[in-house]
Every structure is written in C-alpha cells, then in structure tokens.
Design a protein around this ligand. Sequence first.
Ligand SMILES: NC(=O)c1ccc[n+]([C@@H]2O[C@H](COP(=O)([O-])OP(=O)(O)OC[C@H]3O[C@@H](n4cnc5c(N)ncnc54)[C@H](OP(=O)(O)O)[C@@H]3O)[C@@H](O)[C@H]2O)c1
Length: 176
Amino acid sequence: MKNILFIGGSYGIGLEVAKLLAKDTNLIIASRTSEELENLDVKHIAFDALKGDITQLDLPDTLDGLVYFPGSINLKPFKILSIESFEDEMNLNFFSLVKVVQGLLPKLKNSDQASLVFFSTVAAKVGMPFHTSISAAKGAIEGFAKSLAAEYAPSLRVNVIAPSLTDTQLSKKIAV
Ligand SMILES: NC(=O)c1ccc[n+]([C@@H]2O[C@H](COP(=O)([O-])OP(=O)(O)OC[C@H]3O[C@@H](n4cnc5c(N)ncnc54)[C@H](OP(=O)(O)O)[C@@H]3O)[C@@H](O)[C@H]2O)c1
C-alpha cells in the first residue's frame, strides 16, 4: 500500500479526502486536532505546521503522496491590511508548506514517483476584491509548485487545486 501523508485533514476538505483514501492507502494525518478521525483507519500525528519540525515526526522512509491542507481566508480591504496580516497568510499557506516539502524531500524521492498536492484559491487567478493577502500567499504556492515540478520531474509530480467557496469550518467565517 502507498504511504500518503496529509498535513491537515482532521476536518474540512482534507477529512472528506481522507475518508476516500483511508481503506486503500497507509494514510497518516499530521494536524493539531484529531476528534473527527476516531472512526477512520488512519494514523494521526500531532503536528502544528507553524511551529513543528516535520523531520522529527515518526514517518515511513518512503512517502508516495503528500497533501498540504492548512490555509486561511482573511478577507479585508487592502487599505486596512497590515504587513503582519500578509506575513500571517504567508507563514501558514506558504512558508510552512515550503519547510514541510524541503524536510520531506528524501522520503518523497524514495518513492517511484511521489505526488504532491497543494491548495490555492480561485481568487489567485480570477482577481477578487478584498483577497489581496490570501491571493498573494496562494499565488506564491502556484509559482512554487510549477518550478518544483520542473526541477524534480519526472521523479515528483506536483499539482495545485484552487477551490471556489467550499462549505467547511474555514468558509463559515465568510458565509452569507
Ligand atoms: N473552504 C473554502 O471555501 C476554500 C476556498 C478556497 C481555497 N481553500 C483552501 O483549501 C484548503 C483546505 O480548506 P478547508 O476549507 O478544508 O480548511 P479547514 O476546514 O480550515 O481545514 C484545514 C485543515 O488544516 C489543518 N490545519 C490548519 N492549520 C494547521 C496547522 N497550523 N498545522 C497543522 N494543520 C493545520 C486543520 O487541522 P487542525 O486544526 O486539527 O490542525 C484542518 O484539518 C486550504 O488551503 C484553503 O485555503 C478553501
């Protein structure tokens, strides 16, 4: 069975994907909470992507898949967005992702052809008001992913999903 690691996946889009993958893969979920994983056949590891060191986790030597779910929705007019808000979005969405990928490269390269999946937002391409900080952070992910795919082809595959509004805890903040 393939070894798949989710960063996040304890609820939201990740939990729904975990339900689909749990039976046929060796699925490991690294997140801060795990209440909703109780009835799923997955291994949970406590991990905070903002603070933790991925290289210190008890993971298999080979990873065939990596999905990074943590993200934010912080919609505000640009004129009131502080630099700290931009930094917060970049830290969770982008820099923590980069640290995870760099830390896991040896395990990913042990696979025949590992698959990496990251999350952007439709707003990064479309251009939507009040999305400057999240679009900047997700745009960084899209550029990073393209370059990473070019640099590591054919041993790694890198794809980015850019959802529109999806009914999860994250989007509840902005639900109308
Ligand atoms: N929902 C939408 O409408 C929407 C739209 C566009 C893009 N997206 C993107 O799609 C992705 C998934 O969204 P979602 O709605 O499923 O989000 P969500 O409901 O907030 O779930 C996020 C997952 O990431 C984990 N997570 C968050 N911060 C973490 C941290 N510091 N360390 C480790 N794990 C962390 C959470 O687990 P713990 O809290 O247990 O750690 C949870 O399992 C995100 O990147 C989001 O930006 C979503």
